[in-house]
Design a protein around this ligand. Structure first.
Ligand code: ADP
Ligand code: XUL
Length: 541
């Protein structure tokens, strides 16, 4: 009767999910929000106070402390933890953790009587970690792109053109701006491999799924791509972890955790990124369906048997935990943009949902582009919101405007994945909101389902632990059996597109594209187009 633990170290929180593989149920789930539970780090939405709007840093010591607190909770949960067979994890992608030469030995000799945080702090050669929301490395992206012979070869080898948040450009910026800090760095971990190292008490590898978010890994061979590594920083190869399959065993839970929290010597399975883990946690182990994650970021993703690189340069191809690939497109202005609109008009979530329900499909051809933060898709370096035919004080118009613009952007900018979308699995915090999901269904003309377990990244990590533990015991299970019964859509949650929605969004999406082009300085003012559309929509009702 083994138990499997999945940990999800996300932007704003740490979640633990325990699965009982015999009864095929989640038997424990707990979330710890960084801002509230660990206020002494001073984070807001998991990000340290910013010295520049383009920069986004967080604290690796805080992530370590969260792990310590979470294992304390697990120890008191009443679960029979002697049954815990394996642990794996999911982490926000791209973020990097810089360890000094004392770290490798010290992590294996942590004192169980002392909190983890105070023992980890002296092992860092850089106190703060840049995370995926950072967009301050445009110069480094250009330098790396030029050094490897252009965006074409970089995209073809690593699965993505250079992106500001990707780990390679971030490492280059650190090496350039703090050469002595870089010289004192023995190992550059991703958040995933750092967290796994804390659990095993040794230097843990990273997996191809998270490795493909670095602009450093060759997708075809799942190994470091020498031209990119050389273009990024001097002597970087020696500082990078090993890349191992997502199903590999990284080690066993170290004596620190066994003594401090009374845990068994469970297997620790190599961690991965939140998107590869969510792929498993939404059951997308074959091609054809997609999932939309409405978390801090909004992401659309699906499995790909063969890598199809996005020629337009917006999307990414990552390794999937199954050994295949996944396509994904990421939007930075996700939940935080929805929250900005909500708080600007003093609304609760029920008010927000009410405003969505009471406004017409197509928003009377009023468009709102919610680029509060520099945007990843489309690439927007200078943040700012844009209103087309929308009054600044129109609360309901902004609510529908933000959601329609987000869902249309997800639909338009994922066409490169070439998936005929008829079913969408929705996950992430905002997937709890049925009115938001109705707009998703209307825009895509597809069915949308909520999943039983909302945290698909944490669930995916627990399922990966199960899969890898069985394989390591010589009893490998096919993925279909690993996910069976655990990634089910909620039967009553099926949403279908409303009548007439497809015709409205077909036209509004063209207008949305014109608004984006105008806001990016690439096209004419779309207001006349929107006015014509408003007239047509009014005539049609
Ligand atoms: P993370 O990316 O950190 O894993 P989550 O998937 O946990 O984020 O999502 C957290 C977000 O969910 C919050 O920032 C909040 O804006 C959003 N959220 C929670 N409840 C609702 C709701 N009822 N409607 C819309 N958004 C919601
Ligand atoms: C993926 C991305 C985000 C982070 C945080 O490329 O930047 O989805 O993984 O969730």
């Amino acid at each position: 009767m083994p138990l499997y633990l999945g940990l999800d170290s996300s932007t704003q929180s740490l979640t633990a999910i325990v699965v009982d593989s015999d009864i095929r149920k989640v038997v424990y789930e707990s979330t710890l929000a960084f801002d509230e539970t660990l206020p002494h780090y001073g984070t807001r939405h998991g990000v340290l106070p910013r010295s520049h709007p383009d920069e986004a840093l967080s604290s690796p010591v805080m992530w370590a402390e969260a792990l310590d607190v979470m294992f304390g909770r697990l120890a008191k949960s009443g679960l029979d933890l002697s049954r815990l067979a394996a642990i794996s994890g999911s982490a926000q992608q791209h973020g990097s953790v810089y360890l000094n030469s004392a770290a490798a030995a010290a992590l294996g000799a942590l004192e169980p009587s002392r909190p983890l945080a105070e023992q980890v702090a002296p092992l860092l050669s850089r106190a703060a970690s840049p995370i995926w929301m950072d967009s301050s490395t445009g110069e480094e992206c250009r330098e790396i792109t030029a050094a490897v012979g252009g965006a074409g070869p970089l995209g073809a080898h690593t699965g993505s053109r250079a992106f500001e948040r990707f780990t390679g450009p971030q490492i280059r910026k650190f090496a350039k701006t703090d050469p002595s800090g870089y010289a004192a760095t023995d190992r550059v971990h991703l958040v995933s491999s750092f967290m796994a190292s804390l659990l095993t008490g040794a230097d843990a590898p990273l997996d191809p799924g998270d490795g493909s978010g670095m602009n450093l890994m060759d997708l075809a061979s799942s190994d470091w791509w020498a031209p990119a590594v050389e273009a990024t920083a001097q002597d970087l190869l020696a500082r990078l972890p090993k890349i191992r399959p997502a199903s590999s065993v990284a080690g066993t839970l170290s004596p620190y955790w066994q003594s401090r929290h009374g845990l068994p010597a469970a297997r620790v399975i190599t961690w991965s990124g939140d998107n590869p883990c969510s792929l498993i946690g939404t059951g997308l182990v074959r091609e054809g369906r997609v999932a939309v994650s409405l978390g801090t970021s909004d992401v659309i993703f699906g499995l790909m048997e063969a890598p199809r690189v996005d020629a337009s340069g917006t999307g990414h191809v990552f390794g999937a935990p199954t050994g295949a690939f996944m396509g994904l497109t990421v939007f930075k202005n996700g939940s935080l943009a929805r929250e900005r609109v909500r708080s600007a008009f003093g609304l609760s979530w029920p008010d927000f949902s009410g405003a969505l329900a009471s406004t017409p499909i197509g928003n009377q051809a009023r468009v709102f582009l919610p680029w509060y933060e520099p945007e990843i898709t489309p690439a927007v370096q200078n943040p700012g919101v844009h209103r087309y035919r929308l009054e600044e004080r129109d609360g309901p118009g902004h609510v529908r405007g933000v959601i329609e613009a987000q869902m249309m952007a997800i639909a338009r900018h994922s066409r490169w994945m070439q998936v005929e979308v008829d079913t969408i699995y929705a996950t992430g915090g905002a997937a709890a909101n049925v009115q938001i999901l109705q707009v998703l269904a209307d825009v895509f003309g597809a069915e949308v389902h909520q999943l039983e377990v909302g945290n698909s990244a944490g669930l995916g990590a627990a399922l990966r632990a199960h899969h890898a533990d069985r394989a390591a015991s010589g009893q490998a299970l096919p993925w279909d059996q690993v996910i069976d019964g655990l990634v089910e859509p909620i039967a009553a949650s099926r949403l279908t597109p409303q009548q007439g929605a497809a015709a409205v969004y077909e036209r509004l999406m063209k207008a949305h594209a014109a608004c984006e082009a105008h806001a990016l300085g690439l096209g004419p003012d779309p207001t006349p187009l929107l006015e014509r559309l408003a007239g047509e929509l009014a005539d049609a009702t």
